[in-house]
Write a protein that binds this ligand. Structure first.
Ligand SMILES: Cc1cc2nc3c(=O)[nH]c(=O)nc-3n(C[C@H](O)[C@H](O)[C@H](O)COP(=O)(O)OP(=O)(O)OC[C@H]3O[C@@H](n4cnc5c(N)ncnc54)[C@H](O)[C@@H]3O)c2cc1C
Length: 402
């Protein structure tokens, strides 16, 4: 009898989950497992979203005849324990690209090898996996977006994996209530959205039919016309491949999903993206704790910056244009180190993602992939262009014109 442990990580979904689909198709029994690693200090907003996403994943697996085991501990030890308990003949998981994910994969591969259990990693975190397209002139990754976009658009994407018809569990398998195992977490941001694949698919189906004006309006701060899929994409509640391949997706959105893959391949090639300058920058950063504190809490006195920072605290999310404005202000006006800003975003954003967060911060700070590293956004001009009626500013600060 073939029994495969499916280790869920950042792929908390049943549709277009190649690891789950292959395990269900090629084995007799499947052991769905999620392990929360206490070594990862997950902030409250994301912990809450994660628990909701796991509860939804469990419901969806149960609807297919399966269930979900949830453990707290070292993912390698817990996976191997599960393998022993159910006499597993294989482990399947989705490939991921952060330094943490790679170390986990290497350790799990070593443990599986000693136990003579094959480990297979499947694509699923990106549309095009890092390394699948490489610059023709040499190098292990693209440093500039436009040639990457051209190459990315011209390769064939993998097929979307169907949701399994049935998830067959081994005898004696007991699932767990994620809230009981991980504990109930109150979000720090009062207006955060609910996690889970079911919610993601519902929101996508609500949003995408009216998305024809996305290209023209995605920068409109008050209009709030973007998909808000980022947290669902971060936790893998929805697959980027599925969204990019949806006939209803506007091309401008597909391009944003390409940005997501772009930063994943940068991170895969430069795992220190969250610590070190991708392109070292001359000069020192200012050390000004008072200015930093005012920026963090939306009290700089610059309304467009304060509005963005207050949206972050209230929702655990910020509009992309506001992220650009607040990041430019911190690094180019206050000249405070991008790491300070990125860590604050990391603490509050539900979608905080090593590749996207640190990649974008470095881009804005001029230490990353921007071919114009001295680019500085003018606060007045940004307000005139993207919040001309001050609706966004008023919504979040209640204050008047800049
Ligand atoms: C300083 C800064 C920090 C950021 N930190 C993060 C982060 O931690 N996590 C994160 O997912 N995004 C981050 N972004 C990118 C972007 O702001 C968010 O992805 C976007 O605002 C999410 O809203 P949405 O889902 O409605 O986006 P949409 O406009 O609907 O875009 C759809 C999807 O495309 C991807 N995407 C869009 N813009 C970008 C981009 N610039 N780079 C990479 N992927 C993109 C996201 O997955 C997004 O969900 C950051 C941007 C900046 C400037």
């Amino acid at each position: 009898m073939r029994t495969v442990v499916v280790l869920f990580t950042r792929d908390l979904r049943t549709t277009d989950n190649p690891a789950l689909e292959a395990a269900c198709r090629h084995s007799d029994r499947v052991v769905p497992l999620f392990v929360a690693d206490p070594a990862l200090d997950v902030p409250a907003n994301r912990r809450r979203f994660l628990t909701e996403s796991l509860a939804d994943l469990r419901d969806r697996l149960r609807a297919l005849g399966g269930d979900l085991a949830v453990r707290v501990g070292d993912p390698v030890e817990e996976t191997m324990r599960m393998c022993r308990r159910h006499e597993a003949t294989g482990v399947a998981m989705t490939d991921d690209h952060s330094g943490y994910a790679r170390r986990r994969h290497e350790r799990l591969a070593a443990a599986c090898e000693s136990a003579r259990i094959p480990l297979r990693a499947f694509p699923g975190a990106t549309v095009v996996p890092p390394g699948d397209v490489r610059p023709t002139g040499g190098g292990d990754h693209y440093r500039v977006f436009t040639p990457y976009w051209r190459a990315w658009s011209s390769v064939t994407w993998r097929d979307v994996a169907a949701e399994p018809d049935r998830v067959r569990l081994p005898d004696g398998f007991a699932g767990d209530d994620p809230v009981a195992v991980l504990g109930h977490t109150s979000p720090e941001s009062p207006r955060q959205r609910t996690g889970g694949e079911t919610e993601a698919l519902r929101r996508w189906d609500d949003w995408v039919p009216g998305s024809a004006d996305y290209a023209d309006r995605h920068d409109d701060l008050a209009g709030d016309r973007t998909s808000r899929m980022s947290a669902y994409l971060h936790f893998g509640c929805v697959s980027a491949r599925m969204l990019a391949g949806d006939d209803r997706s506007p091309e401008a959105l597909v391009r944003q999903l390409c940005w997501r893959d772009f930063f994943q391949q940068v991170l895969a090639a430069f795992p220190r993206l969250n610590r070190d300058d991708y392109r070292p920058r001359p000069g020192d950063w200012n050390d000004d704790p008072d200015e930093l504190d005012a920026w963090r809490h939306g009290e700089t006195g610059v309304p467009i910056v304060d509005a963005g920072m207050r949206q972050l605290l209230a929702e655990g999310w910020m509009h992309n244009r506001a992220r650009m404005i607040t990041a430019s202000y911190l690094t180019k006006d206050l000249r405070i180190d991008w790491r300070e800003g990125a860590h604050w975003f990391d603490r509050w954003l539900i979608d905080a993602d090593v590749a996207n967060n640190y990649g974008n911060w470095q881009w804005m700070a001029g230490t990353g992939n921007d071919s114009r590293p001295n680019r500085k956004l003018g606060m007045r001009r940004q307000t005139e262009r993207f919040d001309p009626g001050h609706e966004y500013i008023d919504r979040w600060t209640g204050s008047g014109p800049v």
